[in-house]
Design a binder for this molecule. Sequence first.
Ligand code: ADP
Ligand code: DP6
Ligand code: CO
Length: 360
Amino acid sequence: MAADSSWVRIVTAQTPTNIAVIKYWGKRDETLILPVNDSISITLDPSHLCTTTTVAVSPSFDQDRMWLNGKEISLSGGRYQNCLREIRARACEVEDKEKGIKIAKKDWEKLHVHAASYNNFPTAAGLASSAAGFACLVFALAKLMNAKESNSELSAIARQGSGSACRSLFGGFVKWVMGKAENGSDSLAVQLVDDKHWDDLVIIIAVVSSRQKETSSTSGMRESVETSLLLHHRAKEIVPKRIMQMEEAIKDRNFESFSQLTCADSNQFHAVCLDTCPPIFYMNDTSHRIISLVEKWNRAEGTPQVAYTFDAGPNAVLIARNRKAATQLLKKLLFYFPPNSDADLDSFVLGDKSLIKDAG
Ligand code: ADP
Ligand code: DP6
Ligand code: CO
């Protein structure tokens, strides 16, 4: 280490969120975060919904600390500790001649880190903040500590922060392979196709409410695993086939099949939530109205124009087949949910006036 202890080494990373089109909902191992089924997601454009995390190390830091959206959070939960421990174990020597910093491999055991993270979209509102958040933290720490692991290896570490985070290490369409190993070594993300493969698609997020959800994904899925028979049927009998069909639809850029599978899987995930005891309601009336709007429109057109999917929250992720469909969708959304109107709009505007973000 440099003789002078006033040095600070800083790294900043930015990671987009991802939205599952075949959902992960349920763990077979809570500590290692191993899922009961494979899942597939689409990584969003980082210029729209993303996390920015800055990590720093200095001999003057006497403990690990983290700030999320400007507020200090506790790192005592196992997830942050697990990610830190895994990256620390892979830390390598760092030499920054310009700053006169030399950190030997063994020094990393004694050094503490500070992390500051910002989400440019609602946190804990069903837009996968935990996915972008943990992927970004793991990626930034790996750079800080000069860990040489590939993104695939890092995905298995990010998974231990939040399951969905493993998929944010890659762009395009990504599959989280559930794996078989008891230690979780083969439960990681693989890129199916990159973001160029199907670039006609336009994603529009309708922010119905940016309020923090009442039931976190972690506790919601724990309750579902314990009480929902439908969850186990889904994981065993339905998802494996859907995964194969979805991979095929993505490979062939078959929007008809893609949208049918995406909408059906979102609806089944929310049916599992209803099948949980006590039932969990992530969607609200506005979410339901958006579903009806899209269903009616798709039916009237004969061929589907838009797919919808809702994570653990009321906010709609709408995937339009092309720019023309996206423009029509935006017009419809603005017509049925006009900004600054009353009554109908309350639930739509609740907590958020930004309404719609074009992530295409
Ligand atoms: P979401 O639907 O937004 O993913 P979750 O319930 O899955 O909601 O997770 C929300 C939790 O994820 C937050 O309470 C926080 O603990 C963690 N989280 C969110 N954003 C970040 C971030 N940028 N860095 C680290 N952790 C984060
Ligand atoms: C509905 O990854 O947030 O978004 O692993 O407990 O952190 P933890 O849960 P999380 O769950 C995501 C659930 C989902 C579906 C998905 O992203 O696949
Ligand atoms: Co989450």
